[in-house]
Ligand binder design. Structure first.
Ligand code: SAJ
Length: 416
């Protein structure tokens, strides 16, 4: 543990904040996690979790039992403040910084001289400086004027989270980290802190570069998935198997195409590229086009399913998977869910939904008599059309003979 740092306040106990807070607690720091959700706070204080992520339940339990982690609705004083709140976008894909701004104002009364304030939330360029400016407005005594420039007696830096849902606990420790301070001192002190619990390498830069680096990583992935999705449309038209095509092209030593799917979901890759587009709309043409390609894939899938369903008087359609990607329970921004909802609203027929990672369907689906929540076996028995939306491990292991008599629309290439 780093010498002077004893107490850490983590704001936001979601997919990033809770694993980070628990990890730090098990490293011997005194950690207080802050959230506005009272149920989440109570659950964590009882040693439980309100989100699903492999091994997180064990880590939280041991962190709480050790006495080093507690959750609270109100912040307190500490040595390090980590902001890990959402950064969604508003209408017209304009970034919504209200959560970061509110979190900063909320901690301002508790921040003191020599403290570190670290923004982990994925943010548009300039947000870390905005955090510093809010703190300077609310705590002017922590900022001094040196030769006409405001200099903080506190440190402010950006250290973007880079963990992959499904592998968060591993990647939290092993991933390399980029740290951008609003000044040199802020960057160096933050790097020292991260070295106490990260085994990956730490790279120092300025705050704006760190912000754009994170957005660039997710845009890179989005563009590459868009290429795969575009190929899938071209292959459909030319009657070529896109999965075979990609695996053959990937045999080239310098080609590595990603996989097409029903669209791009989650709260990161489908969101973050818009922050770049919004900052430099005149230049970000490729990034914007990739977003549009990926966002239009669900509509293409819906048309494809409708075309097959038209052959039946009362079509029975099995939809395999609702999550935004394989082997998780997270339905946020899920293209599979979007497709199911659209099929339902078009009154296309009976929908048999299979999703082994959730205990029940979202309320709107539960309420419809046209939607039945079933297991894979029952869906295969009853449906005429099978739509593979998410490549969960259970689905990949299915006996392909069971699909023989069915019309199969496999969006993930799992039943080749
Ligand atoms: N997807 C495809 N084809 C692929 C890969 C993914 O269609 O070949 C789809 C998935 O099904 C899903 C979406 O893309 O709908 C996003 O999934 P993902 O696994 O690519 O990424 P996320 O959103 O779970 O996590 C990403 C990661 N970023 C990168 O890999 C560059 C993670 O490291 C980030 O920390 C995370 O975003 C974040 O929080 O920003």
């Amino acid at each position: 543990m780093q010498n002077k740092i004893k107490k850490i306040i983590v704001i936001g106990l979601g997919y990033i904040g809770l694993p980070t807070a628990s990890l730090l607690a098990t490293k011997g720091y005194q950690v207080v996690g802050i959230d506005i959700d009272e149920d989440a706070v109570n659950t964590i204080n009882n040693g439980g979790v309100h989100i699903v992520e492999p091994e997180l339940d064990i880590l939280v339990k041991s962190a709480v039992n050790s006495g080093n982690l507690k959750a609270s609705l109100v912040p307190e004083e500490g040595d390090v403040f980590i902001i890990a709140v959402p950064t969604p976008f508003k209408e017209d894909c304009v970034p919504d910084l209200s959560y970061v701004e509110t979190a900063t104002s909320t901690i301002a009364p508790y921040v003191g001289e020599g403290d570190l304030v670290i923004l982990e939330s994925t943010s548009p360029v300039g947000t870390t400086e905005r955090v510093r400016d809010i703190l300077a407005e609310e705590k002017p005594e922590l900022f001094q004027n040196i030769r006409g420039r405001s200099q903080g007696k506190i440190m402010v830096a950006h250290c973007p989270e880079r963990v992959l849902p499904g592998q968060i606990l591993k990647e939290l420790v092993s991933n390399d980290r980029i740290i951008g301070g609003v000044d040199r001192d802020s960057g160096e002190k933050t790097a020292e802190f991260y070295k106490s619990f990260v085994s990956g390498q730490i790279f120092l830069t300025d705050a704006r570069t760190a912000e754009l680096a994170k957005l660039t990583e997710n845009s890179f992935r989005d563009i590459n998935i868009a290429f795969a999705n575009e190929l899938s449309l071209i292959c459909d038209k030319l009657n070529i198997n896109v999965w075979e095509l990609i695996s053959l092209a990937n045999r080239h030593p310098r080609v590595n195409i990603l996989q097409p799917g029903p669209g791009v979901g989650g709260h990161c890759i489908a969101v973050d590229p818009w922050f770049i587009v919004n900052s430099a709309p005149e230049h970000a043409t490729l990034i914007r086009t990739a977003r549009n390609v990926n966002d239009s894939k669900p509509a293409y899938v819906i048309q494809k399913v409708k075309a097959k369903a038209d052959r039946f008087k009362s079509p029975k359609i099995a939809c395999f998977g609702l999550a935004f990607k394989a082997d998780i329970d997270d339905l946020r921004e899920s293209p599979a869910l979007r497709i199911v909802r659209a099929l339902l609203s078009e009154g296309i027929g009976t929908l048999f939904i299979v999703e082994p990672n959730i205990p029940e369907l979202p309320t709107d689906l539960q309420e419809s008599p046209e939607v039945v929540f079933v297991d894979a076996h029952s869906a295969l028995e009853q449906a005429d059309i099978i739509v593979g939306l998410v490549d969960h491990k259970e689905f990949k292991l299915m006996d392909l003979d069971l699909l023989k008599e069915k019309i199969v629309i496999d969006l993930r290439g799992m039943w080749r």
